[in-house]
Design a protein around this ligand. Structure first.
Ligand SMILES: Nc1nc(=O)c2c([nH]1)NC[C@@H]1CN(c3ccc(C(=O)N[C@@H](CCC(=O)O)C(=O)O)cc3)C=[N+]21
Length: 300
């Protein structure tokens, strides 16, 4: 029998509860803004083709938008739609007075030029924060004017709840260098004064890099890649992965993150679960971005 129990247990970060709080704020601010200006925030979600995962996410976004008192519009196009048809649609939405936020659900069918589509969204309505103008604002530290991508925006809120807004002296490691999560996450951590390393599939000795991290953000889309012994004791671990796995592989069936949760939980100081962590925050931040876009009146 172990006389000394060295096991510890991380705080499990409740992303659903935090998202609810964000949404309550959004809802009350939207009500005030409507009373003052007569404007109801409006979001348009463009969905191309019939990706079943996309359909679920879009339904969830619409439901949350309604809960916030927003106007919402879903524009569905067949998988056979051309790039120019989508560009025409965006041209319409860009000038629609009742629409303040536009989101084109990714991934798009491969024959569509996703880069062109993203850059065709008016930066002031780009509630995903993927347009060059918003990317550039965030990267140059003009964070207040930027529309920040929803997942990193949600993650930095969760980190701030635990560590406070100033991350001076903290080592952060971001696993993954996507334009959607890894890069904007690194920029937000930098803006909060953290010392940031971005690691990815071509990095050497990921485990050793991760063990340096006071803040570890995993966003690589590899089920349970991050093991318990990769984690620095007491670290804040943010798991952005949403991986659907089958039963019978010696791991939990259903949804798993990029972090082996049970192992990590005995080492980390705080950790986000999957589901119930970063996912709900993503949708909440989308509503916050839409409200802010409405208040700014689609400027810039
Ligand atoms: N233009 C664009 N913007 C996006 O923000 C975007 C996108 N395209 N394409 C797909 C990804 C994925 N994404 C998620 C949002 C919420 C949850 C979420 O709420 N997940 C819940 C439940 C997940 C479940 O049960 O399936 C959770 O983690 O607890 C997950 C994933 C937004 N995405």
């Amino acid at each position: 029998m172990n006389m000394i129990d060295t096991r510890r247990s991380a705080a499990i970060i409740d992303g659903r509860a935090r998202a609810r709080k964000v949404l309550e704020d959004v809802k009350s601010q939207a009500r005030k803004w409507k009373a003052k200006s007569g404007v109801v925030p409006g979001i348009a979600v463009v969905i191309v083709g019939d990706n079943p995962a996309s359909a679920i996410y879009v339904a969830s976004k619409e439901k949350t938008a309604k809960e916030c008192g927003f106007h919402s519009r879903i524009e569905t196009r067949p998988a056979t739609a051309s790039t120019s048809e989508i560009l025409d649609l965006l041209g319409e939405l860009n000038v629609a007075p009742d629409i303040h936020g536009i989101l084109v659900q990714l991934p798009l069918p491969t024959h569509i030029d996703a880069g062109k589509v993203i850059q065709a969204i008016s930066p002031g309505k780009d509630v995903d924060g993927f347009h060059f103008v918003n990317v550039g604002r965030l990267a140059t530290g003009a964070v207040d004017g930027a529309i920040v991508p929803c997942t990193p925006a949600g993650a930095i809120l969760l980190i701030g709840d635990i560590l406070g807004p100033d991350l001076s002296g903290r080592r952060a490691v971001v696993l993954g260098r996507s334009n959607i999560v890894g890069k904007p996450m690194a920029n937000l951590l930098l803006a909060a004064n953290a010392t940031v390393t971005v690691a990815h599939s071509r990095s050497h000795d990921l485990a050793a890099l991760c063990r340096e991290a006071d803040i570890l953000v995993a966003a690589v889309g590899r089920p349970e890649l991050v093991r318990g012994h990769w984690i620095k004791p007491g670290a804040v671990v943010i798991d952005v992965g949403i991986n659907r796995v089958q039963t019978g592989e010696g791991r939990r069936a259903g949804l798993v993150g990029d972090v082996a949760f049970e192992e990590a939980q005995s080492v980390a100081g705080a950790i986000t679960p999957v589901p119930g962590g970063v996912g709900p925050m993503t949708i909440a931040m989308l509503m916050a971005n839409t409200l802010n876009a409405a208040i700014r009146g689609g400027m810039g």
